[in-house]
Design a protein around this ligand. Structure first.
Ligand code: ADP
Length: 335
């Protein structure tokens, strides 16, 4: 172990001992046998070479990946694994495409549930746009571990928060992950974050219908999927695919939220249906899923979100009302 303290993780100035990826050191056939617990193939190859150099080739290097802890379920989603036994209910928020307000709904729905006295954790699993920390004012936080090697979630507005965005050194570092790596990272966040007991684990999923959604449905008993869309036909086309996917993989759908439904001009009070009218309700009806509510396009919702002060907590009465209504309607479906 002493000698391993000098071995740096590729690209970082931290040693593999500090990063706690040395899983085991033992002896095999008179040689040291070192097991590294890590996901990244390239980094493992580099480390295996560094260790071989360090011990002049007289070393056995082994690897343990998260998938080996518990077999990933490639079977049917009707009988999923449960990576989050500490959560009584899991809510997966998704959308057909990006930019429709999925993360904003995840944040405000989570805070609305906490305001009702529930214990809530919010996992930002949107590897393409991990914006949750900014929206909750926790963007400056870094990953921290407690004495039991569990990741300590951030906390604000009464909820626990963990984001894939916290894994990058700077906020503008892209997460260039193959989906298998993204899935391993998300499973680690489910298993290795110190969430405590939760009434609700809300997951802000990536948009669309990919590998990550499918795997999460296999690894977690999702209580309800919440689908966010804007009302115009091109968004509804995409969201229809997300609804059909949830149905195909047997995830119960809690309902559909229509965001940016209309705009009330603050100066004249006149209403504009910028993205059309009634599209969300019609889509919910077409697929036989509950309609959870409308949220208007509102400059203060955007301002509050950018400022890290969620409108359901810090907005005016109307803004609070829109999200509380969505939370109430969802609770009616699942409690
Ligand atoms: P997604 O998660 O679907 O990519 P976001 O929640 O990140 O979308 O929202 C995209 C942008 O739109 C953000 O800047 C957010 O503040 C803004 N936004 C979301 N909902 C509203 C709304 N109802 N009114 C005004 N701006 C909104």
């Amino acid at each position: 172990m002493k000698r391993l303290e000098g071995v740096l993780y590729p690209g970082l100035d931290k040693s593999i001992v500090d990063l706690k990826i040395v899983d085991d050191v033992s002896e095999e056939n008179g040689k040291p046998a070192i097991t590294l617990s890590m996901q990244n193939d390239e980094a493992y190859a580099i480390l295996a070479e560094r260790l071989a150099d360090l011990f002049n080739g007289e070393v056995i290097v082994k690897r343990k990946t998260l998938a080996q802890k518990k077999d990933i379920n490639y079977g049917h989603t009707a009988n999923p694994n449960n990576r989050a036994p500490y959560a009584k209910r899991v809510i997966a928020v998704t959308s057909g495409k990006g930019g429709v307000g999925k993360s904003t709904v995840s944040v405000n729905l989570s805070v609305a549930l906490a305001q009702k006295g529930f214990k809530v954790g919010l996992l930002d699993a949107d590897v393409y746009g991990p914006n949750i920390p900014r929206m909750l004012g926790t963007a400056d936080e870094k990953l921290r571990w407690n004495d039991n090697d569990k990741i300590i979630p951030s906390e604000n507005f009464g909820i626990k928060i963990m984001s894939v965005g916290l894994t990058t050194p700077t906020p503008d570092t892209p997460l260039v992950w193959r989906s298998s790596v993204a899935v391993s990272a998300l499973i680690q966040f489910l298993e290795d974050v110190d969430w405590g007991e939760l009434d609700f684990l809300v997951i802000d999923m990536p948009p669309g219908t990919g590998d990550i959604q499918l795997t999460m449905a296999q690894e977690l008993p999702i209580t309800a999927g919440v689908i966010v869309t804007t009302p115009q036909p091109v968004a509804l086309d995409d969201v229809s695919r997300a609804i059909v996917m949830f149905k195909d993989i047997k995830v119960p759908i809690g309902g559909l939220v229509e965001n940016m439904s209309f705009f009330i001009a603050p100066d004249t009070g006149k209403r504009y249906d910028i993205f059309g009218k009634g599209g969300g309700e019609a889509t919910a009806k077409k697929y036989g899923i509950p309609f959870l509510g409308k949220i208007p396009l509102d400059m203060q919702i955007r301002e509050h979100s950018d400022a890290g002060t969620p409108p359901v907590a810090m907005g005016d009465k109307r803004q609070k009302g829109y999200y509380k209504n969505v939370a109430d309607n969802l609770l009616k479906q699942i409690l």
